[in-house]
Design a protein around this ligand. Structure first.
Ligand code: ADP
Length: 323
């Protein structure tokens, strides 16, 4: 193959830029022409693409977001949208496509590559870490570090006022950020979608211990079954009116910021591996990190398999380390 395209799609994640850089430079090193597609699948349909060279990706390694922009694109879910995308790629002579994104992005890529003769490789880019076939996804480490930084700051003010803080973090289906950030930031309790925690159990936990703490932090992943942080805080306050309860929703700040060294290295490895996969004639695969090696998984498997990604020892130690 002589010409490939790269795009970022769905939710942005820190580490996408280092990954784009690796795709572009690895491609050019191997004599390929590399085209950057703007705004994900929308750019494929609107023919919003440009030729990139090794300097197009200078000085982006440390930047969050994505220089290619990202978008959600309903039209790509229609057959007519897929067809338009194919024609635009074909007209430009593009013979391979690399998509950086999450579950939805891979679903589109899988479908597209089943219908049309352009090989596609997926790179897992999502702060949620919720894809099968990669122990870590791009952006998860940076987002977790951002949450830990926020926890440390909230800890100061919580302690000064003897308060109980409920901090809501991202993760509609996945408690990965909540668990890791909670352990790193010393949370007293962590509420996750993967594990049910009854409110009275949570209250018992907060009250227990011979030396009762004066301030506490509880992390709530968005997808926890008890509702959002405000709902849970209200219920706890009803049971224990003496607690001085506050809520902080961290929201979109978790998506931004300079990628951590881990995400820069992971993005570089995955981008490099994706180009090599295309050169080796692979298609409909995802490149991922397993243990400390880069491996290929079927895109279909990455979408359809739901792996329990929470480390059992981390789950076990939360209460123990908070005594
Ligand atoms: P993420 O990739 O982060 O999970 P989305 O779920 O928004 O983000 O998916 C990104 C894009 O992938 C969607 O906007 C759409 O263009 C495309 N996509 C998602 N599901 C499908 C599908 N079933 N068929 C075709 N394209 C899809």
């Amino acid at each position: 193959i002589n010409k490939i395209a790269v795009l970022t799609s769905g939710g942005d994640a820190p580490g996408m830029n280092p990954c784009i850089r690796a795709v572009v430079r690895t491609g050019i090193f191997h004599g390929l022409q590399v085209v950057g597609v703007k705004q994900g699948y929308q750019g494929l349909i609107n023919n919003n693409m440009y030729d990139m060279n090794e300097r197009s990706v200078s000085n982006i390694l440390h930047l969050g977001g994505t220089i290619l922009k990202t978008a959600r694109c309903m039209e790509f879910k229609e057959e007519s949208g897929l067809e338009k995308a194919y024609q635009n790629l074909k007209n430009r002579g593009i013979e391979g496509l690399i998509v950086i994104g999450g579950d939805g992005t891979f679903t589109g890529a899988e479908r597209f590559s089943r219908i049309y003769d352009i090989p596609v490789i997926g790179i897992p880019g999502t702060i949620d870490n919720d894809l099968y076939g990669s122990d870590f996804t791009l952006g998860f480490d940076t987002a977790t570090n951002t949450v830990v930084e926020a926890l440390d700051k909230i800890r100061d003010t919580a302690d000064a006022h003897d308060r109980l803080f409920f901090i809501e973090v991202m993760g509609r289906d996945s408690g990965c950020i909540a668990l890791r950030a909670g352990v790193a930031g010393g949370a007293e309790a962590i509420l996750l979608p993967e594990k049910e925690t009854a409110i009275d159990e949570l209250i018992e936990n907060l009250k227990s211990g011979s030396n009762k703490k004066t301030s506490s932090i509880v992390i709530v992943a968005e997808g926890d079954k008890n509702g959002g942080a405000y709902d849970i805080a209200k219920k706890v306050k009803e049971h224990v009116p003496s607690y001085d309860v506050k809520v902080t929703i961290l929201g979109h700040l978790q998506r931004g910021g300079s990628p951590s060294s881990f995400d820069r290295v992971l993005g570089s490895r995955l981008g490099y591996a994706a180009v090599n996969a295309l050169l080796n004639g692979e298609t409909r695969k995802m490149v991922g990190l397993k243990g400390n090696t880069i491996q290929l998984a079927e895109l279909e498997e990455a979408i359809s398999t739901h792996e329990f990604k929470l480390e059992p020892d981390l789950l076990d130690m939360v209460d123990i380390l908070a005594i």
